[in-house]
Design a protein around this ligand. Structure first.
Ligand SMILES: Nc1ncnc2c1ncn2[C@@H]1O[C@H](COP(=O)(O)OP(=O)(O)OP(=O)(O)O)[C@@H](O)[C@H]1O
Ligand SMILES: [Mg+2]
Length: 387
């Protein structure tokens, strides 16, 4: 059932509108002036607001303006008296959905309300869809390290240089890789990901280079590997520090010669692939400990982009929290939740071992568990005591 808020200082008008709309099945709240209207808007979600123009205390135009800070998406329909048509037109220019004249024509009133609701639903759906469709998430942050990373991406993306991305779990390495691809001339080509840590070592070669039918027991049909799939695009080798020695030497060959051979095959296949690798390990230490080939390391690390941990850029936390509040609430189809300043301060004091991924999960948890707004108490009870 849809909620409508009627704001008018004339009790008789509120009563008439309320009766008509209740009869149509809407749930009605009333307010006698803009100030009371704003209070109701803060307390509850409305699908449509009907708002008179001339009112004591806060008038219709001021209500319209202030309501945007509370819930920018709720459509507002102005109710215009004889002397206020011009103001009503101005209100529409300032973002009101439409206006109706007093005394309201029943049909026009109902149609306008229904259209406003339809439009609002479309806007909400479009927002969700847009976020699903848009290929790469925005990279949030204005701290020095993030600015430097964005700057580096701008410079290296247009080139063919191989890139090694380092950083802790959840710091945003994959996001960097996606942006490099997106801003490169290969953006129209595929971005193919391989998580080297997730694939058993005996299968990684077949995963990367493919295999011919019958080349080993379970190879019941031919398979195209990730290098071939990424032809013309970018291959993202995630967790490269976990790659087996055997696979390392084959990858090295592929990088040196631009050619691969399918497992069990005898043909060389040329591939045009830009490789971006990522790791949360200290690869040079792995080299020292003979777990990683030095020559491969050099091939991969023409450019190194280090993504700092969240603890090193806590200045970005307010922006990130704001973004995650918006994203998660949009996913849940609810209005964006407010968060107190000192709750954000408390989040900045937290030790973020799981980095941005952990922050996003924490924001989601707070949205679910907190009351009307997220408070410092919420942070203290749901986030901090982890030990
Ligand atoms: N600067 C940022 N702004 C907004 N979201 C970000 C940012 N950095 C990372 N994220 C988000 O945080 C999550 C973790 O990022 P990502 O997967 O890129 O981390 P990772 O370093 O690859 O982690 P892992 O080592 O665990 O694979 C993702 O949902 C990503 O979209
Ligand atoms: Mg990753």
């Amino acid at each position: 059932m849809s909620n409508i808020l009627i704001i008018d200082d004339e009790k008789a008008i509120r009563k008439t509108l309320s009766e008509i709309l209740s009869y149509e099945g809407y749930k009605i709240d009333e307010a006698g002036d803009g100030e009371e209207g704003l209070k109701k808007l803060r307390e509850k979600e409305f699908d449509v607001v009907l708002c008179d123009i001339k009112m004591p205390k806060v008038d219709g135009l001021e209500f319209l303006e202030k309501s945007k800070d509370i819930n920018a998406d709720t459509p507002i329909i102005m109710i215009s008296g004889h002397g206020t048509i011009e103001t009503a037109v101005e209100a529409v220019k300032k973002g009101a959905y439409d206006y109706i004249s007093k005394p309201p024509d029943l049909n026009r009133l109902l149609i306008t309300i229904r259209n406003a609701m339809d439009k609002n639903q479309l806007v909400a759906e479009t927002k969700v869809l847009k976020r699903r469709v848009s290929k790469v998430q925005e990279m949030i942050g204005e701290s020095e390290p993030i600015k430097r990373i964005k700057d580096t991406i701008e410079k290296v993306a247009p080139t063919e240089a191989r890139i090694l991305i380092t950083g802790e779990n959840g710091a945003g390495k994959e996001l960097v890789a996606r942006w490099v691809h997106e801003k490169s001339p290969r953006a129209a080509g595929p971005l193919v990901e391989v998580n080297c840590a997730a694939i058993p070592s005996e299968l990684i070669e077949s995963e990367l280079f493919g295999h011919e039918k019958g080349s080993f027991t379970s190879a019941i049909k031919q398979r195209i590997g990730k290098f071939e799939q990424a032809n013309g695009g970018t291959l993202f080798l995630d967790e490269i520090g976990d790659m087996s020695a055997n696979a390392q030497s084959k990858v090295l060959r592929a990088l040196q010669e631009g050619k691969i051979t399918r497992v069990g095959g005898d043909k060389d296949i040329s591939v045009d692939v830009r490789v971006i690798a990522a790791t949360n390990k200290d690869l040079l230490k792995e080299v020292e400990e003979k777990n990683f080939r030095l020559d491969l390391y050099h091939r991969l690390s023409v450019i190194i982009i280090h993504v700092p941990s969240l603890n090193e850029r806590k200045d970005d936390i307010p922006l990130l929290v704001d973004k995650f509040l918006a994203d998660v609430c949009a996913d849940y189809g609810i209005a964006k939740k407010a968060i107190d300043k000192d709750a954000i301060t408390a989040l900045q004091q937290h030790d973020w071992t799981g980095n941005i991924r952990e922050l996003r999960n924490v924001v989601e948890r707070l949205i679910i568990l907190s009351g009307k707004a997220i408070t410092r108490d919420d942070v203290e009870s749901y986030v901090l005591p982890k030990k």
